[in-house]
Design a protein around this ligand. Structure first.
Ligand code: NDP
Length: 439
């Protein structure tokens, strides 16, 4: 029932999952008997709240806050918080829905949830960010807990924001506990969490290529985004001998034929928090394309010749016309670091072409998986080494790839990892829901 245009992203996400589930549902009426589809598309709980905070000029500002606790069949709700002006209840609902299946694919005990606010962190001072995070937590704290709902970061929410959120939670509850992940390393964070989503998306690509007798080494790669996921995708691509030649932010894209200067990218985005245009000061030979000059209905990054692509910025950033050009240019591998970055039409083209296509809910699951490893370290009061976390991440990504590939083969479409991911994730959640009764 598509009654609300404000939920278009949620409908896009559900349609993709439900289409993939068709062969499973047609096999027997087991899931139908338990009304699982009707139950799984409905969040267990949606919280919407007002956030009032005071800016540096002394004015009161108001934003909308959300937390969608979508499904707890497999464990406490788990999923990030997004602070971006484009956030609506529909955005959070789509992200929460995707999170259910992603978390199931990790095989770890975590349910699906997501949250955020329509707050724009750009141009805000550190103190304003802190006051906003405190105001956000003033409401959120009553709905979360280490055994009930454990938020993490997403767009606009990194270690700085998690710190302010955690500090306020502690102050309000008087408890020092693992209620958020992505924490600082000396106050409960896990080594490897910051890197996990990007590294995981590259490990997933490595697994897809290995299954086809290929490898990442020497491949030229396109990356979009310049945030947490993009930066650590680029880092791991270099480690594996590939050459990432692009990155982008909301204002434009960099194309550096010599390979993206990772140290400079980190300095610009993690330290200075400035526009990518500044990349040219150090590398005048690189090419900067302003978002104003992007091709009609597309993204400049996807128009560049390369072997593999890693969309790592945001939803629907890779369109049908982008996909047509990527394929015409001979792309062989797409691994989605972002959530739902390719439009439905683009995904259909990738699947028809039978290239190695890793859907976000599988390819970017390394972040949430490592968040769960952070929870495990918090509850056992341990801190694991980077090697241990990275080893586990590698195993988890290989296991996710195997589940997707095996399930795709079981349903007669061996190369369709989107089909495999959706059915494998769904079965785990649906079976747990049925075993737990009609609640
Ligand atoms: P960040 O905020 O660290 O970075 C986001 C990047 O994407 C920035 O470079 C930003 O540009 C750009 N961007 C954001 N929105 C838009 C937009 N509407 N148009 C163009 N560019 C945009 O976020 P993350 O790297 O954490 O997240 C990126 C993606 O990965 C999201 O889809 C997120 O849901 C997904 N993801 C993240 C995980 C994590 O662990 N962080 C886990 C799994 C998925 P600018 O610098 O100008 O703001």
């Amino acid at each position: 029932n598509k009654s609300s245009p404000a939920q278009s992203e949620f409908y896009q996400a559900t349609e993709e999952v439900l289409e993939c589930l068709r062969p499973l549902i047609e096999q027997s009426d087991y899931y139908h008997q338990h009304s699982i589809i009707e139950r799984i598309v409905e969040p267990e709980r949606q919280i919407m709240f007002r956030i009032c905070w005071v800016d540096d000029a002394g004015s009161v500002r108001v934003n909308k806050g959300y937390r969608v606790q979508f499904n707890s069949a497999l464990g406490p709700y788990k999923g990030g918080l997004r602070f971006h002006p484009s956030v609506t209840s529909g955005t959070i609902k789509f992200l929460g829905f995707e999170q259910i299946f992603k978390n199931a694919l990790t095989s770890l005990p975590i349910g699906g949830g997501k949250g955020g606010a329509d707050f724009d962190p750009k141009g805000k001072s550190d103190n304003e960010i802190m006051r906003f995070c405190q105001a956000f937590m003033n409401e959120l704290y009553r709905h979360i807990g280490p055994n009930c709902d454990v938020p993490a970061g997403d767009i606009g929410v990194g270690t700085r924001e998690i710190g302010y959120l955690f500090g306020q939670y502690k102050r309000l509850t008087g408890r020092y506990e693992g209620v958020l992940t992505g924490k600082g390393l000396n106050w409960g964070g896990s080594l490897g969490r910051k890197e996990a989503t990007g590294y995981g998306a590259v490990y997933f690509a490595q697994n897809m290529l290995a299954a086809r007798g290929e490898e990442l080494r020497d491949k030229t790669c396109l990356v979009s985004g310049a945030g947490n996921v993009a930066i650590y995708t680029i880092e791991k691509l270099y480690e594996l001998g590939a050459k990432p030649i692009t990155c982008s932010d909301s204002r434009g894209a960099i194309h550096d034929k010599n390979g993206i200067d990772l140290g400079l990218l980190k300095e610009l985005k993690e330290v200075q928090r400035t526009s990518l245009e500044a990349y040219l000061h150090e590398h005048p030979e690189a090419h900067y394309i302003s978002a104003r000059d992007y091709p009609q209905g597309g993204h400049a990054v996807w128009r560049i010749h390369a072997d593999a692509a890693f969309p790592c910025a945001t939803q629907n950033e890779l369109t049908e016309s982008d996909a047509e050009i990527l394929l015409a240019n001979g792309i062989t591998c797409i691994s989605e670091g972002a959530n739902m970055p390719s439009t439905k039409e683009a995904v259909d083209l990738f699947l028809d072409a039978k290239i190695a296509y890793g859907p976000g809910k599988a390819a970017n699951a390394g972040g949430v998986a490592t968040s769960q490893l952070e929870m495990a370290q918090n509850s056992s009061m341990e801190q694991w080494s980077m090697e241990k976390v990275d080893q586990k991440l590698k195993q988890i990504m290989a296991n996710i790839h195997r589940q997707c590939a095996d399930t795709a083969e079981e349903f007669g479409d061996k190369t369709n990892l989107a089909l495999g991911a959706n059915i494998a994730g769904f079965r785990k959640v649906a079976d747990a829901m049925i075993e737990q009764g009609a609640t």
